[in-house]
Design a protein around this ligand. Structure first.
Ligand code: AMP
Ligand code: MG
Length: 340
């Protein structure tokens, strides 16, 4: 039985060992549990612990703001977030922060780029799976799939033409009263990218396994080492990868799932079938932008491998797929990043 691990990627941090006081920087790590319903860790070598916590706190606060803006489940006083947008579908345009506008524009681009395999406008479909999974985890004996007819009906309300982004007015309006947004496939990586752009050099930021490095971990250029979780559990990794300035993102079938009549149903939904994509159990993407990497990891999880490979290449990304029989496939440059 696979272990339930909420992070798609576990950081394997090279221990800095015993730094000489006053000569070498020490390595520190902060872990937060209040962002995007997952584990966030921030790691860096700093002159002082105080310095580290100051920087980590600023990164955390920025990520927390994105968490609140992109939240579709909770409202926050004085803030129009994606829940506000969803709640106003068919009612009225909602004035939103420019970062919501930018995220949605990027999501619209990713939808086109990925041959519609990543569609954050299919929130109604994802909601049905989310509800069925939550109920099934609470009461495993009565775990059930969403109704096929309900999925089909929900999918009829996932058209981007009904997502009206008015940049000048700073508003978003869902013209289809039944359409809902769910940016779960992109938001963690997208936010990690923004955080990395604001962070000092030499930080490693992981938001639920969406990892961004803002430079090597020390002045002599030693890269960070990031482990890719083995979907079959255990303490080993599929690989460890070097990372100095890239985003590394994994989508895996072990990250969220439930079981119905002995069959596992995970959280990455193929918009063609409206059921969990069945080709792969883990896909890792390495590229320069973490938002794109997050969108690509979901897309490559859904698409046939040849199509995914062409897509990755067109984006300058490297990728690794593991299929449900344990076979691994790589883009040609992936091996350049393998540490072990
Ligand atoms: P990721 O772990 O980045 O692959 O994203 C998975 C999350 O994205 C899920 O929990 C859903 O909320 C959402 N999702 C699943 N499948 C899709 C899809 N095909 N398009 C857009 N969002 C999706
Ligand atoms: Mg993703």
């Amino acid at each position: 039985m696979r272990r339930c691990i909420i992070t798609g990627l576990i950081l394997s941090l090279l221990l800095t060992g015993c730094a000489l006081p006053g000569k070498e920087k020490q390595q520190y790590q902060a872990t937060y549990l209040d962002i995007f319903d997952t584990v966030t860790s921030i790691t860096a070598r700093c002159d002082s612990e105080e310095d580290f916590w100051q920087q980590a706190g600023e990164i955390h606060d920025l990520l927390l703001r994105y968490h609140q803006l992109f939240d579709i489940y909770n409202v926050y006083e004085g803030l129009n977030n994606l829940k506000t947008v969803n709640d106003n579908a068919g009612v009225a345009p909602v004035a939103v922060d420019g970062e919501i506008i930018q995220l949605l524009k990027d999501c619209r681009d990713y939808y086109e780029l990925t041959d519609h395999s990543v569609n954050v406008a299919m929130g109604r479909v994802l909601e049905l799976w989310h509800e069925a999974r939550s109920a099934g985890l609470d009461d495993p004996e009565h775990a059930a799939l969403p109704e096929a007819a309900a999925l089909k009906e929900a999918a009829a309300h996932s058209d981007w033409s009904a997502v009206e982004i008015d940049e000048e007015a700073g508003t978003v309006y869902l013209a289809d009263p039944e359409l809902r947004l769910d940016v779960g496939a992109v938001a963690k990586g997208w936010s990690a990218q923004r955080a990395a752009e604001e962070a000092p050099e030499g930080f490693l930021i992981s938001v639920g396994g969406n990892v961004c490095a803002t430079g090597p971990k020390d002045d002599s250029g030693t890269p960070w080492v990031v482990g890719i979780t083995d979907p079959d559990g255990g303490s080993g990794y599929l690989h460890t990868l070097y990372d100095s300035d890239r985003a590394i993102v994994t989508s895996g079938d072990y990250q969220r799932y439930y079981v119905v009549d002995g069959v596992t149903y995970h959280h990455i939904i193929d918009p063609e079938t409206l059921y969990p994509a069945r080709r792969f159990c883990s896909v890792t993407v390495i590229c320069q932008d973490s938002g794109l990497a997050d969108a690509l990891s979901t897309a490559l999880f859904v698409l046939p491998r040849e199509e995914g490979e062409t897509l990755a290449q067109s984006c300058g990304a490297e990728a690794m797929w593991m299929d449900t029989e344990g076979n691994r496939f790589y883009t040609s440059g992936f091996s350049n990043w393998i540490c072990g």
